[in-house]
Design a protein around this ligand. Structure first.
Ligand code: PLP
Length: 370
């Protein structure tokens, strides 16, 4: 079999998502399982979005609009850019793959930080092999070290991914640092600002959305998603914004009909108003502060986060802790796959979900520390 396959594929570690609730219920015979593993929005989507989805069900025998006209028009209006600045994907994951397929030539590399979203690495290796992926170290505060990244921009470095705020550390880059970094990157390299968690940032005044940058630079691409604050993770819709020439190139590799009718209709309805988004952000802020205090109350080191999740260091064997939490119906994420084997990441859930997690974690830690 191995002789048949593209050798790069054998170098890819398959993405390990948080385990499904039903699987853990089956495996351990549990009724209640709480999943805080994938940084989803735990609130059910608003009624007007559900209505838009229901209406679309009558049209499912037809292909979706491959050009995403209505959705792109609304995204453009919402962000104050032109429709030609926008392309839609089946989640921002697909846009990451499209960026690599479009811009990475043989011999060139993708550059990012260690301890970040693992898809940049797997998408690169699958396309171009292990040697095409370069990681810079983080700074001591588990932030992207922009100096370390800049120092690695050699002739081969072609695409730089900045995840801001970062998954899984939850850390944010100051606006001035991002702006001066972008200004230093040569114009023939692509800088991708992955803003999946943008809406959760504490102080939007010091945040680089990338919208100014895409007006003046062809080499900057902004990624956004409907999976987090809009609560549509199950429908797979994300988008990229960039200079029209850059978007047109991405359009060449865009799979036809890649975003479903239901996904497009739901995303469009989500942008009708900001009420759900504001409610989500408010609730997340409150629940995150409480969860942070609870984790610190258990004596744990927790990284301050500008997102809807917290990274913490349990100070005990992570694999064993994870196993014990699963047995008790709690799914969170061990971080070995993200390059932080002594850490775990927990998504901020509803208050009762967070409390369920803490109620299980406390006694388990007590036993493991003995
Ligand atoms: C930093 C980052 N980028 C992109 C994504 C992918 O999001 P989606 O494909 O659901 O839009 C995630 C998902 O967790 C993420 O954390």
């Amino acid at each position: 079999m191995e002789a048949l396959v593209n050798p790069h594929v054998l170098d890819v570690s398959p993405y390990k998502p948080g385990r499904p609730v039903e699987e853990i219920q089956r495996e351990y015979g549990l009724k209640r399982v709480v999943k805080l593993a994938s940084n989803e929005n735990m609130l059910p989507i608003p009624a007007h979005v559900r209505r838009a989805i229901r209406l679309e069900l009558a049209q499912l025998q037809y292909y979706p609009d491959s050009d995403n006209y209505a959705l792109r028009r609304r995204i453009a209006e919402y962000n104050g850019v032109g429709m030609e600045n926008v392309i839609v994907g089946a989640g921002s994951v697909e846009l990451i793959q499209m960026l690599i397929r479009t811009f990475l030539k043989p011999g060139q590399t993708v550059l990012t930080s260690e301890k970040t979203f693992s898809l940049y690495k797997s998408a690169t290796i699958e396309h171009a092999g292990r040697a095409a992926f370069v990681e810079a170290p983080m700074d001591a505060g588990l932030r992207f070290d922009l100096e370390a990244i800049a120092a690695r921009i050699d002739d081969a470095a072609k695409i730089v991914f900045l995840t801001n705020p970062n998954n899984p550390t939850g850390t944010l880059l100051p606006g001035a640092a991002v702006r001066s970094f972008i200004a230093r990157v040569p114009a023939d390299r692509i800088v991708v600002l992955d803003n999946a968690y943008q809406e959760y940032v504490d102080d939007p005044r010091d945040y680089v959305t990338g919208l100014d940058e895409i007006r003046s630079r062809r080499n900057v691409v902004v990624l956004r998603t409907f999976s987090k604050v809009y609560g549509l993770a199950g429908l797979r819709v994300g988008y990229a914004m960039a200079h029209p020439d850059t978007i047109a190139l991405l359009g060449r590799v865009k799979p036809p009909f890649n975003v479903t009718r239901v996904g497009q209709a739901a995303a469009l309805a989500s942008l009708e108003n900001d009420r759900f988004k504001k409610r989500t952000v408010r609730l997340n802020r409150r629940n995150k502060a409480r969860l942070l205090a609870q984790l610190q109350g258990l004596g744990l080191r927790v990284i301050p986060s500008q997102t809807n999740f917290l990274l913490f260091f349990p100070g005990v064997d992570v694999a064993e802790l994870n196993q014990r939490l699963l047995q008790q119906g709690v799914i969170i994420r061990p971080m070995a796959g993200f390059g932080i084997p002594d850490a775990m990441r927990v998504s901020v859930g509803l208050e009762e979900e967070n409390d369920f997690f803490i109620a299980k974690l406390g006694p388990i830690l007590g036993e493991m520390r003995r």
